[in-house]
Write a protein that binds this ligand. Sequence first.
Ligand code: HEM
Ligand code: HEM
Length: 176
Amino acid sequence: MLPRLQYGTTAKVFHWLIVALLIVQYLIGWLMPDLHRGQQPGKGMVFHISFGITILLVILLRFVWRLTHPVAPESSLPPWQRLSSELVHWMLYVLVLATTLSGWLFASFRGWSVSYFYLFPLPMLAGDNAAAGKAIDGLHQAAEWTLLVFVGFHVLAALAHLFVYRDRVMQRMLPG
Ligand code: HEM
Ligand code: HEM
């Protein structure tokens, strides 16, 4: 398939929807009360898990869209910037997947039953398993912090294009 030169409306909507969902998700994650042993999920956790599953679904849809609608890198970029931006974009997909799946596994091993925004029960990936829960303890936090570091690189690069290189890279992801 021949790559397009610009991102279409769907790719832009997916991009900014994920940004908005991640902001909400980090805020809930950091503001919800700490977990205690044997505790059932409270309201904050039910919303965290529901938003998390939504992020997982949207990132999967977005990934399929990216594969079926490839976009060529900005033609004015030097080879090292094309390569590094491709790498960071792929890592962002991988890290969102790793963060959502590790969270889902962590919640599953706790033996919780959670409903999606209090609407219907969510399937869990595994049954109650304290040993497995202990083994992957910390994985979700590691994934969520690594994702934040890569988002940081990505946003710094976008700002550098906007204010230092003053090229059209930022405009590629803006409406219009
Ligand atoms: C990209 C999506 C997600 C992000 C950015 C995220 C972020 C966070 C954050 C910031 C915390 C607080 C922990 C800390 O203080 O560092 C947290 C905890 C937690 N999250 Fe997520 N989360 C995501 C997806 C999910 C999903 C999909 C689930 C479950 C289905 C989940 C389950 C949990 C659980 C059980 C905790 C408490 C245990 C722990 O602290 O490790 N998360 N998450
Ligand atoms: C304020 C925050 C953000 C800004 C200003 C921003 C800016 C941009 C810009 C300008 C591009 C186009 C680069 C190009 O020409 O190739 C882009 C692409 C991309 N951004 Fe962001 N971004 C932000 C947050 C995020 C976040 C949180 C993610 C996390 C998943 C993300 C994931 C991506 C991906 C994967 C692409 C490549 C397009 C695709 O393959 O779908 N961005 N971003």
